[in-house]
Design a protein around this ligand. Structure first.
Ligand code: NAD
Length: 488
């Protein structure tokens, strides 16, 4: 393999990144292609002793990095973007191999990750603060300061994007970062980011990348040098992290799960409605926090919609994305597959009618359509994270609102109608952090604040200017020509 490769295996085999590539102190973890089960290599993992030593160094590095000029930090972001552009084919290749992405999904993920880096380059010069009025002779300033060491814990589904969307702005704003990627996607979601910043000339120690599982994530949250955690993953893990962060009084940003409604009104163009539902429910095998987990269809068009969606699901090809153009690739692992099968059989046992799909072959799961789902069916409430379209009829707009809001989650919603005013009136009654009128639920543009309400998050957002709120903290600074005399 050529030295010019970004992700050359000899660089990361059995290693972790601490500013340099060193042996991990924990067990090596297999790097696996979910489509074939092939082992692509082994990566290092960390023990808490190694993490503690790394975090001590990160703490020191954060002080020096926070003092660098905004130009210097912006230049590193621009260089990382150029490096990613030069190596995009390799990044796409690894997303396909290691995360089971289709080539189109992988290419989209790399493109928005490069956009993250370009956007991050604008942050250092924008995160200044404000000048406030004060008594005569006193300068009164609120200024943005880095938080310190930020721990980023990321998931497997959009492994590159969901990690870099936090790592890049945190670094740009003067923080050091320790990234713990999901162990199933350590190369495309961890090594890739470490290498981009290493090649861009980021000072050693400002970024570390330590693969590992839930325990490694929990140790990162507990570490005394880590001032803030940015977590993207399940609500169950997010709750534990939030509890620990509360006890330790750490700043925490939680981007969690969803059960998102796509609402199709009776005046919708049926072709477009089917196209939106197919994309929202099946993109990346339904393994997206914003997937359209419930498709609510107005009664007048319900039967036709079901018939068309069933036909569409049956026509979607499923296969190894490394060996051809398929609409869907594999699920990430057996745990995810078992969860999907179990949820589908519980849905049936509760009266759901599986019109198509649900057959499995290895980690491949045929896209399913389920009708006759009532609000007491587990598939109405539980996140599937699999290609299962749950289609539910409603009669009135008010009923659609009640069904969509009948969830602990509140991430995304979509409403499709030829009458944008009606769709907006309905949409405004939905409790979600993201709302799309005349679009399905899976959307992200990098420059938008992204975050959910309820069990989908803790009120924080990442993306766009909300990154400045997340990855800095205020300092109130006053300055007088000389100290005043006080009357006491
Ligand atoms: P997960 O919570 O099991 O894992 C996510 C990450 O957290 C991994 O790196 C994992 O190793 C780590 N982790 C697990 N338990 C931990 C703990 N106790 N302490 C610290 N770290 C821990 O999530 P998953 O099931 O692999 O991913 C899918 C979930 O992520 C879905 O619920 C999905 O909706 C959610 N998600 C949310 C967003 C968002 O932006 N809101 C984006 C993608 C995925």
């Amino acid at each position: 393999m050529s030295d010019a490769l970004l992700l050359k295996p000899t660089i990361w085999q059995e290693h972790v990144f601490t500013g340099q590539w060193v042996a991990g102190s924990g067990n090596v973890l297999p790097v696996t292609a979910p489509a074939s089960g092939e082992t692509l290599g082994h990566i290092g993992s960390t023990t808490s002793e190694q993490l503690d030593a790394v975090a001590d160094k990160s703490h020191e590095a954060a002080i020096a990095w926070g003092d660098t000029s905004y130009d210097e930090r912006a230049a590193i972001m621009r260089q990382a973007a150029r490096t990613a552009e030069e190596h995009q084919d390799e990044l796409i290749h690894w997303l396909i191999d290691e995360s089971g992405s289709t080539p189109a999904k992988a290419a989209f993920e790399v493109a928005i990750s490069i956009k993250v880096l370009h956007e991050a380059a604008s942050l250092p010069s924008r995160a200044a603060g404000e000048l406030m009025p004060s008594t005569p002779g006193r300068l009164n300033i609120a200024r943005r300061r880095p938080v310190g060491v930020v721990g980023v814990i990321s998931p497997f589904n959009f492994p590159l994007y969901l990690a870099i969307r936090a790592v890049a702005p945190a670094l740009a704003l003067g923080n050091a970062v320790i990234l713990k990627p999901d162990p199933r996607t350590s190369v495309c979601g961890g090594v890739s980011i470490a290498r981009l910043f290493e090649m861009a000339g980021l000072p050693k120690g400002v970024l570390a990348m330590l693969p590992g599982g839930g325990e490694a994530g929990a140790a990162l949250v507990e570490n005394r040098n880590v001032a803030m955690i940015q977590f993207t993953g399940s609500t169950a893990a997010g709750r534990k992290i939030g509890e620990t962060a509360g006890r330790l009084l750490k700043k925490v940003s939680l981007e969690l799960g969803g059960k998102n409604s796509l609402i199709i009104l009776d005046d919708a163009d049926l072709d477009l409605a089917i196209s939106n539902a197919t994309w929202g429910a099946y993109l990346h095998q339904g393994q997206i926090c914003m997937s359209s987990g419930r498709i609510l269809v107005q009664r007048d068009i319900y039967d036709r919609f079901l018939e068309r969606l069933t036909e569409k699901a049956r026509s979607l090809s499923v296969g190894d994305p490394r060996s051809g153009e398929f609409a869907l690739g594999p699920l990430i692992d057996k745990g995810q597959l078992d969860h999907a099968c179990d949820l589908l059989s519980r849905a049936k046992a509760s009266g759901g009618n599986v019109l198509v799909g649900g057959e499995t072959d290895g980690l491949f799961f045929k896209p399913a359509v389920v009708s006759d789902v009532t609000t007491d069916n587990p598939i109405f409430h539980e996140e599937a994270f699999a290609p299962i379209a749950v289609v539910i009829p409603f009669d009135t707009d008010a009923e659609a609102v009640a069904l969509a809001n009948n969830t602990e989650y509140g991430l995304s919603a979509g409403v499709i109608s030829r009458d944008a005013g009606r769709a907006l009136r309905l949409g405004e009654q939905l409790r979600t952090g993201l709302l799309h009128i005349n679009d399905q639920t899976v959307n992200d543009e990098v420059i938008n604040p992204f975050g959910g309400v309820g069990a989908s998050g803790n009120g924080t957002s990442v993306g766009g200017s909300s990154n400045i709120d997340e990855f800095t903290q205020w300092q109130w600074l006053t300055l007088k020509g000389e100290a005043p005399a006080y009357p006491l």
